[in-house]
Design a protein around this ligand. Structure first.
Ligand SMILES: Cc1cc2nc3c(=O)[nH]c(=O)nc-3n(C[C@H](O)[C@H](O)[C@H](O)COP(=O)(O)OP(=O)(O)OC[C@H]3O[C@@H](n4cnc5c(N)ncnc54)[C@H](O)[C@@H]3O)c2cc1C
Length: 386
């Protein structure tokens, strides 16, 4: 058994680490918080990333991307998360954002209309599953798509949709068979957000700076040719996307935030003197550092193992629950300890710690609340045992 990351993955990690240290950390406190990085910051960063060969990391080579697997995606995400500069949900540092549903589910004709323009940055696509009465329990969604000739007629409301306010199209999960719901009764439709009957009446300000929005569909006609995948396949498409996203998105991101927070806490403890001695000499502080290092290391091993299993084709549903739970909760504790060690300066907006604190807190709710993941994990383990 070899626990070392493969050489090419370590080289990629080191390249991204240098990029983050040289390009992102120096500007992170000037960058405004929000859904997207303003073009004046993003464009020069993208140009530099592209020159380093870091472009469209998760896009297949046939489409001009790097075709990286989940393990590499995790390693990259972990490094980028060490800086507060890049928005968590619309990370376009390495090319325009394209989600796995679009990458996996487009047919040849849809690739021309949706995927290629999205890869070029000509259109932006958001993912709309959550509704006012269906958040943690998405299969109870009410948005209906009723077939009428060559179209579907869509009615319903989606809420808390990331970058709904700036997207051109949405991948909308709709009920096509109320009797089957999550078991073959939910379908994914690409809906033009400027089409007649679509409105975007509200955006919420959140504690992390994201402004997810509401999208209302009122008798919206959607051609059958804009359906992604087969009818009834939408819930599975969404769940596949969320499963991998829990690992490379939420879990790996938490590793980076935790690592940076721990590094900052150690650096500060070594130079800050109280009562005649550096904080680093105090056992109370050493215990906090030791606990944080142990928890971070355990979490990192879990993420890498889960990603490695995914890349070799295993079903990682349970592992993805574990990785998200372990990492988001671990990062919450580590950021909290770092804040304690940094004291008053940690509470100010001179340092990124207070932002990490707000951001990491949100990850225990979005894309699977901790309680729901624990419950599903426990239930699955019981079923597997019997
Ligand atoms: C910034 C942001 C961005 C988002 N982006 C998107 C997006 O792009 N697309 C999208 O579709 N959605 C998105 N969401 C929605 C997000 O995934 C949901 O908010 C999340 O799933 C929780 O849903 P809810 O708020 O309706 O919680 P609810 O379903 O009301 O649950 C509330 C709480 O109840 C508890 N709970 C729920 N069920 C159980 C249970 N069975 N047992 C024990 N406890 C339980 C949990 O603690 C949970 O946090 C986003 C949300 C935010 C805040």
């Amino acid at each position: 058994m070899d626990f070392e990351l493969p050489l090419e993955v370590r080289m990629l990690r080191d390249l991204v680490r240098r990029f983050v240290d040289d390009e992102l950390i120096p500007i992170e406190m000037q960058v405004p918080e929000g859904d997207e990085l303003p073009v004046a910051y993003l464009k020069p960063l993208q140009d530099k990333a592209r020159k380093l060969g870091l472009w469209h990391l998760n896009v297949p080579k046939a489409l001009g991307g790097m075709g990286l697997g989940l393990l590499e995606a995790c390693v990259v995400q972990e490094e980028v998360a060490r800086s507060k500069a890049i928005p968590f949900r619309l990370n376009e540092l390495f090319g325009p954002y394209v989600d796995p549903v679009l990458l996996d589910a487009c047919n040849e004709e849809q690739k021309q209309r949706f995927l290629l323009p999205a890869l070029k940055g000509d259109i932006r696509v958001c993912f709309a599953q959550t509704e006012p009465d269906a958040g943690a329990d998405p299969a109870s969604m009410r948005t209906r798509a009723v077939r009428d000739g060559d179209s579907y007629v869509v009615n319903g409301t989606k809420r808390f949709i990331s970058f709904a306010g700036i997207a051109d199209w949405a991948e909308v999960l709709c009920v096509t068979d109320p009797n089957k719901r999550g078991r073959g009764g939910i379908t994914c439709l690409m809906i033009d957000l400027n089409a007649p009957g679509v409105s975007r009446p509200k955006r919420w300000q959140t504690m992390m700076g994201d402004t997810p929005g509401e999208i209302v569909f009122d008798d919206v006609r959607v051609p059958v040719t804009d359906r992604l995948g087969a009818e009834g396949q939408g819930f599975n498409l969404g769940q596949r996307y969320l499963t991998a996203g829990r690992v490379s998105g939420q879990a790996a991101w938490s590793l980076g935030v935790a690592q940076r927070s721990l590094d900052m806490a150690i650096d500060y403890a070594k130079v800050r003197v109280t009562f005649g001695q550096p904080l680093a000499e105090r056992q109370a502080i050493q215990f906090m550092v030791a606990d944080s290092a142990m928890e971070l290391r355990t979490a990192r091993l879990l993420v890498y193992e889960t990603a490695w299993k995914f890349d070799r084709g295993d079903d990682i549903r349970n592992e993805s629950y574990m990785a998200k739970l372990v990492c988001t909760e671990m990062a919450g504790r580590i950021v909290d300890r770092a804040l304690q060690i940094l004291g008053g300066i940690g509470l100010t907006k001179d340092l990124p710690i207070e932002y990490f604190y707000r951001q990491i807190r949100s990850l225990r709710i979005t894309e699977g609340a901790s309680e729901v993941l624990r419950w599903r994990l426990g239930r699955n383990l019981m079923r597997e045992r019997s």
